[in-house]
Design a protein around this ligand. Structure first.
Ligand code: SAH
Length: 256
């Protein structure tokens, strides 16, 4: 099969946060497939075909892209941030698993991008400088009980946490419950940061203790970062030291 398929991450928003590898793949592509707003971020070249779609039909979109590639097209499926983080790369492999066997011989590549939590962490300082986890708070694909269990386990493990899809109009009460669970596990002093529209016009950062956090501070354009027990502020920055609580700092060389 001569077709190609890349699943490319467009980064958090700013043009200069798109990797040169992704830029080159987008120039090469004959067809760009993705959720409407992401496709709109791609500067179109003459002759390129755009296939925008709804955000909820990811596996169908992936099958459509695989089918195009099987017909010999050079297809780029685009995601925001990194395609492997709560995005299209897994949907692509689900479609591959369920699809015709010959799709597996296609030239398929996943091209990484800067995911929202890393762009946000860099803007804030270094809140993810020690062990951390990322949790998708959307309950589209998993029940609330699973979300709550993972939240409590991460809190008890003293992980810093990054939350994607924190709050939507379809489930406005979910994030308030998340904040209640976090306060119950971590107390009110723990630092929480809200990073909205990172690297886009109107970027907004807010850091405060959990006691003062309100559900309305997050929406679907916000990634939320909760520190671990060592996370603190220095000047306008938020950072997490590299060592676990109770361990002496090893110095720059020892811990690099
Ligand atoms: N694949 C994407 C995540 C898709 S889930 C990535 O790697 O970043 C969509 C969620 O990502 C949003 O609800 C929000 O929580 C987060 N997000 C994406 N872009 C963002 C940005 N520029 N600023 C803040 N959060 C962002």
């Amino acid at each position: 099969m001569s077709g190609q398929l890349v699943v490319a991450g467009l980064g958090p928003g700013a043009e200069d946060m798109i990797t040169p590898e992704v830029t080159a793949a987008l120039i090469e592509a004959t067809d760009i497939v993705g959720y409407g707003p992401y496709v709109a971020r791609v500067a179109l070249r003459a002759g390129q075909r755009l296939h925008g779609s709804d955000n909820r039909v990811e596996v169908e979109r992936a099958s459509f892209a695989l089918d195009l590639a099987a017909r010999g097209r050079k297809v780029a499926v685009v995601s925001s941030g990194d395609p492997g983080v709560f995005a299209m790369a897994s949907a692509l492999f689900e479609a591959l698993e369920d699809g015709p066997a010959e799709w597996r011989d296609l030239d398929i590549r996943i091209l990484p991008g800067i995911t929202a939590m890393l762009a946000a962490a860099a803007r804030l300082g270094a809140p993810l400088g020690h062990d951390f986890c990322a949790i998708n708070l959307s309950d589209n694909l998993k029940p609330w009980a699973v979300i709550e269990h993972r939240l409590r386990m991460a809190a008890r493990g003293d992980f810093a946490m990054a939350f994607y899809n924190p709050r939507s109009r379809a489930r406005p009460e979910g994030f308030a419950r998340v904040l209640d669970v976090l306060r119950e596990e971590l107390g009110g002093e723990r630092l929480i940061s809200f990073a909205r529209d990172v690297s886009k016009p109107g970027e907004h950062l807010l850091t405060l203790p959990l006691a003062e956090a309100r559900a309305g501070m997050a929406d679907m354009r916000t990634v939320v970062i909760v520190g671990n027990s060592m996370t603190r502020q220095v000047g306008r920055f938020v950072y997490t030291p590299r060592q676990a609580p109770g361990v002496q700092g090893a110095g720059v060389q020892g811990a690099e």
